[in-house]
Design a binder for this molecule. Structure first.
Ligand code: SF4
Length: 401
């Protein structure tokens, strides 16, 4: 397996819109240190049983990995570093309020190559609405410090916030690019059930995000970033040449990955699952038609912290047959501007049946959601990116028997 994800489920406080698996935790809490030590133990076991080594990419996400602090983050990155092959990409997520100079320096010396910073907006009123703990000035200053540190820097921005105008969003974009980042991800705000933001929308205090606003902002971002040399290589991701995130590209091209830590997801082939089962025998048998296994670690942070090995973790397991795996690859491929490669389309025709796949392709092409190039790849159109759910839904339907 060439790709590894580690989940760090700790934040200084929960943002108003957040429904990720993360826990507000006091700074410097022993709980975080125990969690890091446990992750390193689990990684060591994964290496011993042959699951990971010679990694091409590794990604520490969260939560807020930078909130671990310089020492614990450095220890975790260095531990992952021992599993990397040459030229590997090692990313970690950060928030501006915890991306201190010592965190940047320690991450660099531990082998990190890339940092992804949750900026979300460079407007103080929007940051307050989102319940972020940093200001716009702090975010600009920390993004510039990250760029100066020599790491490849990515930043996330949110669009279609209640009351957001094209001018306010445009200013955030402009300032972010001015800070020197090489990669920008742009996401429409989602109002997730059970969050403080949803309560305010339900109470009529805030407008619900509007689909037309979302489409306008996404088009605005695409035009602005394109004019500054960023190419859109995935529906939400823009990069200067050579700065695309290889780890995320692995997710969209059907590569296997191991995820460790609370709520971390893994995608394993049948052989890799057999390898994991040797270390965690309580995992269920692979059914005869199982071609791929999706697992999510269901252990809480304290359970992970106390785990002496992979066998102590709880997992949610889902088996995919060859048809489902092929439909998933086709669907994920159409998130990227390069599209689902010809080989992916051919594999889908073999696993699902040529007539069904050709009819689905005909349907999405006919609706203007995708196009098939001379090289056989199935790529999204501009309309397909705006109406992603229609495109992905039509292709995922192929998973049904
Ligand atoms: S920083 Fe990210 S993970 Fe943490 S609470 Fe905010 S949105 Fe959620």
């Amino acid at each position: 397996m060439r790709h590894l994800y580690l989940h760090v489920p700790f934040c200084v406080k929960r943002c108003a819109y957040c429904d990720f698996t993360t826990y507000a935790t006091p700074r410097g809490s022993a709980r975080m240190g125990e969690y890091v030590v446990a992750l390193l133990r689990l990684l060591g076991e994964a290496r011993e049983c042959g699951l990971v080594d010679g990694l091409d990419t590794a990604y520490l996400g969260g939560g807020t990995p930078s909130y671990l602090g310089a020492e614990a983050l450095g220890r975790l990155l260095a531990g992952v570093g021992e599993l990397l092959g040459s030229g590997a990409e090692l990313s970690f997520e950060a928030n501006p309020d915890s991306l201190a100079d010592d965190v940047l320096a320690e991450a660099r010396s531990a082998g990190a190559t890339r940092v992804s910073i949750g900026v979300q907006s460079l407007d103080d009123a929007e940051l307050a609405l989102l319940g972020r703990v940093h200001t716009a000035a702090q975010a600009r200053e920390r993004v510039e410090a990250a760029v100066d540190s020599g790491l490849d820097v990515s930043a996330d921005l949110m669009c279609a916030l209640p009351g957001q105008t094209d001018m306010v969003f445009g200013r955030s974009l402009e300032q972010l690019v001015g800070c020197g980042v090489g990669h920008v991800s742009v996401y429409p705000l989602m109002v997730e059930e059970g969050t403080p933001l949803a309560a305010r929308v339900d109470a009529g205090e805030l407008d619900e995000p509007d689909e037309d606003d979302e489409a306008d902002r996404m088009l605005q971002a695409a035009a602005y970033l394109d004019a500054r040399g960023f190419s859109r290589y995935e529906v939400a991701s823009y990069a200067l040449p050579g700065k695309a995130c290889r780890h995320n590209q692995a997710y969209w091209t059907g590569k296997s990955y191991l995820g460790l830590g609370t709520a971390a997801a893994s995608m394993l082939s049948a052989g890799e699952y057999a390898c994991l089962r040797a270390a965690a025998p309580s995992l269920p048998d692979l059914p005869p038609e199982g071609a791929r296994v999706r697992l999510t670690c269901a252990s809480s942070p304290d359970e992970v912290g106390a785990a002496s090995g992979l066998a102590d973790l709880a997992w949610d397991v889902e088996f995919l047959n060859a048809r489902e795996a092929a439909a998933e690859d086709l669907m994920l491929g159409t998130r990227m501007s390069a599209g689902a490669a010809d080989a992916v389309v051919r594999r889908a025709r073999e696993a699902i049946g040529a007539a069904r796949v050709d009819a689905a392709i005909c349907d999405v092409v006919g609706r203007g959601l995708a196009m098939q190039g001379e090289d056989g790849a199935l790529a999204p159109t501009a309309r397909g990116w705006l109406l992603g759910n229609e495109l992905y839904g039509a292709l995922w339907d192929l998973a049904r028997g």
